[in-house]
Design a protein around this ligand. Structure first.
Ligand code: HEM
Length: 527
């Protein structure tokens, strides 16, 4: 690919070098002014070439079917999200690859062929790195920086959430709970010692995450699309960036203090007394440096609280507008295990779920219909041929794989066809994949999936979610206990005072989440 940075740098420095080589025929003022003008002109030319000319004339991919996306000025600073990509697929039903344009009109390929998806995510996963688009979105909170979290939900908050007639913003409440759970799993305690309550820490995480969506994230992607370096962007003195950086410092300091504390206790005698938790286990393994443990700590806490809370919020939304399914689930939970605070309650075990087909169907259907990882990107590290489409992919091409698009596609899911029999599962009518309906999972363990990669809410291959089992169990327990105890009904959502449930807005940032979902939670006694 044409190296725009070298082009701009050579245009800029040529007058300076020429002036030196010919013993300064021009004054330095004239030379530097000329260099400045050339820098601007060459940057504009590079932009025009990268954004328009190359795409239509010299790109190796310009012959591929291209999505219709509307006027360029309306989408120049927007990256299409999972829901938009799900519209591209039916528009080009026979295409195995769909070319579309992202931020600054940069070229992307949406993969729709199962063989191609398998190769990119699974069999040749290491030839396709995670794209800078993902790294940039997550970098304020993961990796080099970090986050962390939470607060034991206080009685008053719980009361407000469940005990009154008032509606509650369910996602915010769930975040407190999932933060507490992941915090306990990692540190083995809910106490934050001298660092202040968990709620304050959770607030720092929210602050750090707030920058990962919206205008800043789009601007950051645009910046990285033009210049390979993230360096200078981070130095721009924006208030949001300052706040994120401050939150990250607080989070990292907290995690570091915990690591130091645990390391000081890691003597042979104290090992016997240590609780089972991830941090102590990692320290004892002596495989990771302090910096690596710190990265792990912030990553685990950030992904751990955010993901499960969104998934359960989606489930509560779907149940709140389907009281019949909610009642079925409540009955199943109450029958399958006694209330957790009763004496002698058996603990939740992995096989408990196998005895709860409705609970399993509810969260499978939620993860299918509303996958929070709506879109992921990979970048070809070398020139490759994709086996399904037989398409040559040049190094550096960005490939998009959208669980949101795939998991609602009739190509990947049976559904909507008329029933042709009752005896065999494969002949039972499946509901359309465009609707949330748990019956697809009750009549068929695979939910009507036509292919292996039809259902991938946790990704697939070596870069899939490392915590899938943990997340599934956490979701199941949380949802079961909430639904057994409370009756949820939809109240309102988004910015409107009283929108219809189907008008619920989804924010497609790092994760696809319901916007300001308000539900009413009324206690249901007798469990
Ligand atoms: C319902 C809950 C969850 C869903 C739907 C989910 C989904 C995913 C997906 C799709 C990926 C792969 C992204 C890609 O291919 O680019 C992923 C990766 C990851 N997830 Fe999850 N996740 C969930 C919960 C969790 C939890 C609870 C944790 C930690 C406690 C976690 C930690 C991670 C980590 C560390 C990675 C990166 C793995 C790697 O790069 O090797 N996830 N998750």
């Amino acid at each position: 690919m044409f190296d725009y940075v070298s082009f701009i740098l050579s245009a800029t420095f040529t007058p300076i070098l020429v002036n030196i080589a010919f013993h300064q025929p021009y004054s330095w003022f004239q030379t530097i002014s000329l260099a400045g003008v050339l820098a601007v002109i060459s940057s504009i030319c590079a932009l025009i070439d990268a954004m328009f000319l190359r795409l239509f004339f010299s790109s190796d991919l310009h012959n591929l079917p291209t999505a219709i996306q509307g006027p360029v000025w309306k989408r120049l600073f927007r990256e299409p999200t999972g829901d938009r990509l799900s519209q591209f697929m039916p528009e080009a039903p026979t295409s195995q690859i769909i070319r579309y344009f992202g931020v600054l009109n940069s070229e992307r390929l949406l993969l729709t062929d199962p063989k191609d998806i398998k190769q990119v995510m699974d069999s040749q996963a290491y030839e396709f790195g995670r794209s800078y688009l993902i790294r940039r979105l997550l970098s304020p909170i993961l990796g080099k920086n970090s986050l962390v979290v939470s607060d034991a939900h206080k009685g008053s908050a719980e009361q407000q959430a469940y005990g009154s007639e008032d509606s509650v913003e369910i996602l915010k409440w769930l975040e407190k709970t999932t933060f507490q759970i992941v915090f306990t799993a990692f540190f083995g305690t809910t106490s934050t010692n001298e660092q202040g309550p968990l709620e304050d820490l959770l607030q720092e995480f929210r602050e750090a995450f707030s920058i990962s969506s919206g205008l800043y994230a789009q601007a950051e992607m645009a910046w990285e699309t033009i210049l390979p370096s993230h360096l200078f962007f981070g130095l721009i003195p924006l208030d949001d960036i300052r706040k994120t950086r401050k939150s990250m410092q607080i989070i990292r300091a907290f995690c570091q203090s915990q690591i130091t504390l645990r390391k000081s206790k890691n003597t042979p005698e104290s090992r016997m007394l240590l609780d089972k938790n991830i941090l102590d286990t990692v320290i004892r393994s002596e495989n990771l440096s302090d910096e690596e443990i710190l990265e792990m700590c912030t990553t685990f806490l950030a992904t751990g609280y955010k993901t499960v809370s969104i998934a359960v919020a989606w489930a509560i939304y779907h149940l709140s507008i389907r009281p019949g399914v909610q009642a079925l689930l409540r009955a199943e939970v109450r029958k399958s295990f006694p209330a957790p605070d009763r004496a002698g309650t058996p603990s939740f075990r992995p096989d408990t779920l196998q005895r709860m087909p409705i609970l399993t169907a509810v969260f499978n259907e939620t993860l299918r219909f509303s996958p929070l990882v709506h879109l992921t990107y990979r970048e070809a590290r070398t020139d490759m041929i994709l086996p399904g489409s037989n398409q040559v992919i040049p190094e550096g091409t960005i490939l998009a794989i959208s669980p949101w698009a795939i998991q609602r596609s009739p190509v990947y899911w049976r559904g909507g066809e008329p029933s042709i029999g009752f005896s065999s599962t494969s002949h039972t009518a499946c509901p359309s994949p465009l609707t949330w309906d748990i019956s697809r999972w009750l009549s068929d363990k695979k939910g009507g999936a036509r292919m292996q990669c039809s259902f991938m809410p946790f990704g697939r291959g070596p870069r899939c979610c490392i915590a899938e089992d943990f997340a599934r169990d956490e979701m199941a327990v949380l949802l079961a206990v909430l639904v057994a105890r409370f009756d949820f009904s939809f109240r309102s959502s988004g910015r409107d005072s009283n929108p219809k449930p189907e008008d619920l807005r989804t924010s497609f940032g790092v994760a696809a989440k319901p916007v300001r979902l308000m539900v009413r939670a009324q206690p249901v006694f007798g469990w």
